[in-house]
Design a protein around this ligand. Structure first.
Ligand code: PA5
Length: 452
């Protein structure tokens, strides 16, 4: 179960909060956005409990069970969801456990960068003979994913291993180089549904294969997604968490709060903030409005970890520029708990902690932080999970996907495109000598450099 707590969003609970009437003023636009989601469901809603999506993944279950390690090769929407699922739904020490303690399931690594040191460290950790590599790229052309695919394949071939026995592609059903290679050479391949964009694809074949490989219940993820879908298609704004999240963020943005902080009080849930960061940034950060006007809009998502970042960020959030909306993710029950020893009953600074549990301390810190922020006039909301399980994580993903699309309507932008990433890609292609991109190399000029 997930609760969405908006107490510290509204006046009088928080001085700079919203009036409920401000939310009501967006009723018309929100109803339109929700109606559009209902009547013309985007791919990320259509795929929930889709037999083809789940079936394609499950078909590989037996094959994957023969491996020890599973490496995701992908970036952005083709990696962040996998990492978020792995971190949230497996114990934090999963990749350090032996096979028995993992109930025979795979360790999972997400190779989502081209930092040579990072890539080498994964390749040194796994045994290629016992590893399945899932190369995920919807376009089948993303430089980082393609480079890592070539590295992995080269490694397999150098070791005399058949790449078809170790690589599975996840890509567009028709287009792109990966699909072509899969067809020509007979690789195993899963589809990325064409109507689902990268950052909305966590519950498709993109996120589900690595999840299944490590024993996550993918059906339960979809059950949670279905539940959230029902709530997020509710036209009454006050009953729809996605609509409220979108409205609250939009209204605060209009009042100068152009930063959206997501701060889970859980190491396992920290990567949800990474996933959200991409979703909110790439979907809403746009130069052009839907009607082609230059608006340069968007709210900058920032991630923080409770309680750790109370000692890093909270000073700023309480007293610095009043430009943030903060979302906490809190847990009612932690997956495990630790008793604090009662070693110094005569030391006031320590004795109050003795015989308490760490869950009580971290929960008190969350309560203290949100209340202090509210008392300082800093609006914040909370997503409260009763526990970490597949159903709640599935709900979380769909709620935030819907919130993003509804926010797209309010910000008047297309939440599904990302034209702003193209130029950088083209310059990279030019610098790497890709044919047809020569003209972009000219745009790279260093005008000034201070060498110390
Ligand atoms: O949300 C998006 O569409 C992007 O962030 C993509 O996921 C990312 O660029 C990776 O693209 P691809 O899956 O085509 O390699």
């Amino acid at each position: 179960m997930i609760e969405f707590d908006f107490s510290f969003v509204f006046k009088p609970n928080v001085e700079n909060g919203l009036e409920k009437s401000e939310i009501d003023s967006l009723k018309g636009e929100i109803e339109e956005a929700v109606k559009a989601l209902r009547e013309n469901p985007p791919g990320f809603l259509r795929i929930i409990n889709d037999a083809d999506v789940l079936g394609q993944v499950k078909e590989l279950e037996e094959w994957i069970a023969t491996f020890d390690d599973f490496v995701v090769v992908g970036i952005g929407g083709s990696g962040l969801g996998n990492q978020a699922l792995h971190n949230a739904l497996r114990p934090l020490n999963w990749n350090f456990l032996d096979r028995n303690s993992r109930n025979g399931y795979c360790r999972v690594f997400v190779m989502d960068n081209v930092d040579p040191d990072f890539v080498s460290s994964i390749l040194q950790t796994i045994d290629p003979k016992r590893t399945v590599f899932n190369v995920i790229s919807k376009s089948g052309s993303t430089a980082e994913a393609m480079a890592n695919y070539l590295i992995v394949r080269n490694l397999l071939e150098t070791l005399g291993l058949d790449p078809k026995e170790h690589i599975v592609f996840t890509t567009d059903p028709e287009k792109g180089a990966l699909r072509k290679i899969a067809k020509e050479e007979g690789f195993k391949v899963l589809d990325v549904p064409p109507d689902v964009g990268g950052r909305f694809s966590v519950l498709t074949q993109v996120g589900l294969l690595s999840a299944m490989a490590e024993g996550i219940d993918i059906d339960a993820l979809h059950e949670g997604a279905e539940k959230a879908k029902e709530r997020c298609l509710e036209t009454d704004i006050w009953k729809n968490p996605a609509a409220l999240i979108a409205a609250v963020h939009y209204l605060f943005f209009k009042k100068g709060r152009n930063i959206s902080v997501m701060m889970p009080y859980s190491n396992r849930l920290y990567s949800l903030a990474d996933w959200y960061r991409q979703l909110w940034a790439e979907s809403l950060g746009k130069r052009l409005s839907l009607d082609g006007k230059v608006i340069k809009t968007g709210q900058t998502p920032v991630k923080a970890l409770g309680a750790t970042d109370q000692h890093s960020q909270i000073q700023l959030y309480n007293e610095g520029p009043d430009d943030k909306v903060i979302t906490f993710i809190a847990l009612k029950k932690y997956p495990s708990d630790v008793l604090i020893g009662n070693i110094h009953p005569d030391q006031d600074a320590l004795s109050y902690l003795g015989r308490k549990k760490l869950s009580q301390l971290i929960t008190s810190e969350y309560e203290g932080t949100k209340s202090a922020l509210a008392q300082n006039g800093r609006p914040n909301m909370s997503v409260i999970m009763d526990k970490i399980n597949e159903e709640n994580i599935g709900q979380f993903f769909v709620t935030y996907e819907c919130a993003t699309v509804i926010a797209g309507k309010l910000f008047n932008v297309n939440p599904y495109d990302q034209p702003g990433v193209e130029l950088g890609k083209k310059i990279t292609y030019a610098l790497m000598g890709r044919k047809g991109y020569e003209e972009f190399e000219k745009t790279v000029t260093i005008k000034e450099r201070i060498v110390l």
